[in-house]
Design a protein. Structure first.
Length: 72
């Protein structure tokens, strides 16, 4: 794989992470209008979203480290 294609793949991954974070952010903005009986579900959903972003970010870091080790 060329440096250019690896960088393109990395940038695509970062874009997906940003989209996921924007989804979490949009959902968190709705907390004040969430009825109390639904808060637990809302918080669980936000937690899952954050965990997903965290996992994606770890993968992106590993990808970047691989690019760095191959290309300097």
């Amino acid at each position: 794989m060329s440096l250019s294609s690896e960088i393109q793949e990395f940038r695509g991954m970062i874009s997906r992470i940003v989209e996921s974070l924007e989804d979490v952010n949009a959902s968190s903005r709705k907390i004040p209008e969430t009825v109390e009986s639904e808060l637990s579900r809302k918080f669980s959903s936000l937690s899952e979203g954050c965990e997903e972003v965290s996992s994606e970010l770890r993968t992106a870091i590993e990808m970047l480290e691989g690019i760095k080790s191959r290309w300097g």
